[in-house]
Design a protein around this ligand. Structure first.
Ligand code: CA
Ligand code: CA
Length: 196
């Protein structure tokens, strides 16, 4: 009888432990999200990628948390993404990646267009962590980094250096370093299809 009671106690506590593990809820203040999502058309890694770290209220990383980038307006993700990211299109204009054991997700996002306002939602398991700006070498959001985008880049580079949408290295201005990033994508282009 005692053994049976003990077994039940262990069984129940193991269920509670499992439930607690599964129920880890992302905490926005404890999670880390960069303020600017920089992407491009062919999926090249720019800088160290767009990084998100998901932690719960006890500051413990949530491995396996589903991190979503949800786009809005004229900023459109492509229908194909660089693994381990995947596209949520056509169900939603988004990109999803499961965080690793350390709670980290690193995106090489393929998308077109830009938002100089904090318009792109970053969610983990549905919880809104942050809203960020976005910019891509496919400036006109037609699915490729091509001559039309080069013309837009050139205008900013020559006449409007403070332009945020072409500041790909996030140093505060559109300069030679940004042209280097644009050029690498332009010369190794792999077009994609924007999510409708
Ligand atoms: Ca384009
Ligand atoms: Ca720059």
């Amino acid at each position: 009888m005692l053994a049976r009671a003990r077994f039940i106690a262990i069984f129940v506590s193991s269920i509670f432990a499992a439930t607690a593990g599964n129920a880890a809820v992302p905490s926005p203040p404890n999670s880390v999200v960069e303020p600017v999502l920089v992407g491009n058309s062919n999926g090249t890694l720019i800088g160290d990628g767009f990084r998100v770290t998901v932690r719960d209220i006890a500051n413990i990383p949530i491995g396996g948390s589903l991190v979503d980038l949800l786009f809005a307006g004229a900023v459109r993700p492509y229908t194909a993404q660089v693994p381990p990211s995947g596209s949520l299109c056509p169900a939603a204009p988004g990109i999803r990646q499961a965080a690793n054991a350390a709670g980290n997700a690193v995106f090489q996002a393929r998308f077109g267009g830009y938002a100089n306002a904090f318009a792109i939602q970053v969610r983990a398991d549905g919880v809104l962590l942050s809203q960020v700006m976005a910019r891509s070498t496919d400036i006109n959001a037609d699915g490729t980094t091509a001559v039309g985008d080069f013309n837009l880049f050139r205008i900013n580079f020559l006449f409007n250096p403070p332009a945020m949408e072409t500041d790909y290295n996030e140093d505060g201005a559109t300069l030679v370093g940004d042209f280097d990033i644009f050029r690498k994508v332009f010369l190794n282009e792999v077009p994609g299809i924007p999510c409708p």
